[in-house]
Ligand binder design. Structure first.
Ligand code: BGC
Length: 582
């Protein structure tokens, strides 16, 4: 039997599993053929104008995250540590031996990078603050008993009124981010700050299991407050936490990372379990993640109303999702897809925007395993959900890469384990969700692409779904993009005259921009589009998985070379849109 690459998509972070061919592939192809569409085109009506235009104030930009791009871990001259350890320092080391000490070195080259953004006409730049850089030693929370993990205690200092006494952030870090912000402003590029893009201070992970513990909600709130205080007069756009689906479930959810952040063992096939088990076992973590968003948002609103940050500042949560589509129009497949979307996307979207978890979700998990419950009283849960709904934010930020195709078909799940992420070894094994819902997406069969099938129609569907379910909140896309492993024939081709051809990435972006245009035509209030990423960077343990509009030569002094996709984005921004047919 022929081997196929089955992809399980969790936002951009993709897990690929070699699966023995199964009979569901034919239903997918049949559906595509029957619908009269070539695979994965965006449906743009025939009467649409020839040129698909966007308003001048549409926020075109790119996105990065601190650990993936900054480097700047040590002062090159003195050897002094410039940021504290994050859990990723350890995970990456164990997984691949790679580290983020230098990464793409934006810490030292931000002027060059910002200039390249400006030359492309970018209006915004989304980056994240490194929590362990801003608070090198204490995570922003007063520590008693020193910073030895075995003895320390996080204890807030309270003044006579019982108010929390903040710890001062690391001045060198504040200066770095201020320089970056000033450089962006110089070119009229608006910063978008993400408070947390996964690089949890290692001590928080080691001390109390990071987001496993409800205590983190308070710590995150104080970290957020300190960050707003430092940069809230300059920065208009903020997002709180990156990707509530990927981080709590897949990153911190990997069972075999120990309390000190070391990966304990390589993937053990005997130990594998399905994605629904991951969600079931992670409910507290998900809840704490979402509640952290609400707490930070509440502080933000308070500071906005008292003039402690800009009065026009806005905040939102960066949600990762791709609404699934049915493998066929068979009623069973449609029902499976609806259930999948309700549970998998609803788990994150409903509490934040509607103040409820998806109906029957907890019951379903409890029936699977009596441990799969939220460890909260009914009163506390009701309070939290009401608080979340009142503090959902001003907009929704969406990360979209691809989306699953779902079915209730029975398949042969025997497979050889294999993932595109060496480190992420305790991942969902076979794509089975809720026992009988199968993710049958065939993925990008002939490429080493790292983030799922080209499916801009999925972006359109996701925007429509999210806009409606979030109560018509304005949406900004904080990530779309395409990653290819070095050597992929569809990936980056560097020529001798220093050009980088990346046809497939450009094609992705065209499709995604068209999907955005159509969603806006159909009523979605979308105000920005950020490509992941401006530069090739540290793709969570590897440097050979490239997502950048700009190539980084990791073997040659980190030289930056704009790719064809960079010039494509430059033309879209300059022209204010793109041709319908191109
Ligand atoms: C994450 C990024 C990641 C990208 C590509 C997104 O899910 O936010 O950190 O690099 O996907 O995998």
């Amino acid at each position: 039997m022929k081997k196929k690459l089955l992809t399980f998509i969790a936002s951009g972070v993709l897990i690929s599993i070699f699966l023995t061919a199964c009979n569901t592939g034919s239903s997918t192809s049949k559906n595509k053929a029957e619908s009269g569409l070539s695979a994965n085109d965006v449906v743009i009506p025939a009467n649409a104008p020839d040129f698909l235009s966007f308003d001048d104030d549409f926020l075109w930009g790119t996105a990065t995250s601190a650990f993936q791009i900054e480097g700047g871990r040590f002062d090159p001259e003195t050897g002094e540590e410039l940021r504290g350890q994050s859990m990723w320092d350890r995970i990456a080391k164990t997984a691949s031996g790679a580290h983020g000490d230098v990464a793409s070195d934006q810490y030292h080259r931000y002027k060059e990078d910002v200039k390249l953004m400006a030359e492309a006409g970018m209006k915004v730049y989304r980056f994240s603050i490194s929590w362990p850089r801003l608070f090198k030693d204490t995570s922003g929370y007063p520590v008693k008993g020193g910073t030895d993990w075995s003895t320390m205690k996080f204890v807030p200092e309270l003044d006579d009124n019982g108010d929390y006494q903040p710890v001062a952030p690391n001045a060198i870090a504040v200066q770095y981010y201020r320089n970056l912000i000033n450089e962006l402003k110089y070119y009229d590029i608006e910063p978008i700050i993400t408070l947390f893009h996964w690089d949890l201070p290692l001590m928080l992970y080691a001390f109390d299991g990071g987001f496993d513990s409800r205590f983190i909600v308070e710590m995150f709130q104080e970290y957020a407050r300190a960050t707003f205080k430092e940069f809230g007069h300059e920065v208009k756009y903020w997002t709180t936490l990156n990707e509530p689906s990927t981080y709590p479930l897949l990153i911190q959810g990997t069972k075999n990372i120990d309390k000190q952040g070391w990966i304990l063992s390589k993937y053990d096939t005997k130990d594998k379990f399905g994605f629904d088990d991951y969600i079931g076992a992670s409910l507290d973590r998900v809840h704490n993640y979402l509640l952290s968003h609400a707490k930070a948002t509440s502080v933000f609103k308070e500071m906005r109303s008292t003039g402690d940050i800009r009065s026009d500042a806005e905040i939102g949560l960066t949600i990762d999702m791709g609404i699934a589509k049915p493998a066929s129009d068979h009623p069973e497949d449609i029902l499976a897809t609806e259930t999948y979307n309700e549970f998998k996307a609803g788990l994150f979207v409903y509490p934040v925007f509607q103040g409820r978890y998806p109906d029957k979700l907890f019951e379903t998990f409890k029936n699977r395993n009596s441990d799969y419950v939220l460890h909260l009283s009914d009163e506390q849960l009701a309070d939290d959900l009401a608080f979340m709904k009142n503090n959902s934010g001003d907009f929704v930020a969406l990360n979209y890469y691809s989306r699953p195709v779902t079915s209730r078909a029975t398949v042969d799940t025997s497979h050889a384990a294999g993932t595109t992420w060496g480190w992420a070894l305790a991942q969902p094994d076979d794509g089975v969700f809720l026992d009988d819902i199968m993710v049958v997406d065939e993925g990008a069969e002939d490429t080493l692409m790292t983030n799922g099938e080209y499916d801009p129609q999925g972006l359109y569907d996701t925007l429509m779904w999210l806009y409606e379910r979030s109560g018509n909140k304005p949406i900004i896309i904080t990530e779309v993009g395409a990653g290819f492993v070095d050597g992929d024939p569809y990936g980056d081709v560097v020529t001798s005259n220093n050009r980088v051809h990346d046809y497939m990435r450009t094609r992705y972006l065209k499709g995604d921009i068209k999907a955005c245009w159509q969603a806006m035509e159909d009523g979605v209030e979308l105000f920005g589009f950020n490509v992941w990423s401006i530069l090739d960077n540290f793709e969570w343990s590897f440097y050979n998985r490239r997502f950048g509009l700009i190539y980084v030569d990791f073997d040659n002094d980190l030289e930056r070379i704009p790719k064809d996709s960079y010039y494509f984005m430059q033309s879209v921004i300059k022209n204010g849109g793109l041709d319908k047919v191109n």
